[in-house]
Design a protein around this ligand. Sequence first.
Ligand code: SF4
Length: 276
Amino acid sequence: MPEPVLLPHPVTGAPFASPVEPGTGWPDDLASADTPVARTPAQVGRLAQGAVGQDELDARISVCRACPRLVGWREEVATTKRAAFADQPYWGRPVPALGPPDAPVVIVGLAPAAHGANRTGRNFTGDRSGDWLYGALHRAGYANQPESWAAGDGLTLEGVRIIAPVRCAPPQNKPTTTEKRTCAPWLDADLARSAPVVRSIMCLGSIGWDATIAGVRHAGWEVPRPKPRFGHGARAVLRTPEGREVALVGCYHVSQQNTFTGKLTEAMLDEIIASL
Ligand code: SF4
C-alpha cells in the first residue's frame, strides 16, 4: 500500500490524509478509530437508535459506510480534488449536523457539496451556497460571522441547527431513493433530539421537505393531509405527539443554480429566515 499523501489543514496546519482518518485531530471530529461503523441499512438504524447523546450520534454518522455508491464517490472526490483545492486535505466522510441540539430553529438542506462540505467536513462550508446561507444567518443574528470557509474558522451558531438529510456528497447532487431511505434513520435521530424544543423547520428544497415530513411522521407527529407541497414560502403546521405546534417552512435551496439566476434573492432568503 502506498503511503497516504498528507496535506495541511487550512486553519490548523496539521497534516491529514484524504479522506480524513477518524480521531486524527480534524477540528470538531468527534469520531475515533473505535467508533462503530454502519455498513448496511440495518446497521444505520441500529446505531442511530442506540446512540447515547448527540456527540455519539454525530461520531457514528461521520464514519458511516452504508451506501457503496456514495462512499465510493465521496472518497474519489477527496482523492482527486478540484485543482483550486489541490493543496488541501479533503474530509471525504459523512457530514453531521451543525449547531446546538437544543436550537428552536432547524434547517434541513439536501446533501454535502462535493468540494464544499465534503472537503471541509462542515455543512455549507467552503462554497458559494454557504456564503449565502451564513450571510443570511449572520444578518438575522443566528451566526457570529458571515463567513464559513473551514472547520475551525471560528463560526458559531446560536438558536439554529443545520442538518443534511443525506450525509454524503452524491454525484450530480442527486441521491437515489434507496440512498435517501438508507440515510433516513440518522435524520430521524436528529429530529428526535430537536423535537422537545424546535419551533420551526426550514427546508431548503423539496428533498429536505419530503425527508422532514417522512421523519416526523415516523416519529408520530401529526402532518396535515393531503401532504403539504413544497414551494418557496410554503408553510404547514406540524404537531408533536405532545401536541406542540411546529412550523414547517419551505425555501428555495441556496444553490448557485438558484442564486445566480435570481430565482432566490437575498431579500427572499432574509424574509423566510425572519419568519422562523
Ligand atoms: Fe451512511 Fe447516509 Fe452516507 Fe449513506 S448517505 S453512507 S447512510 S451517512
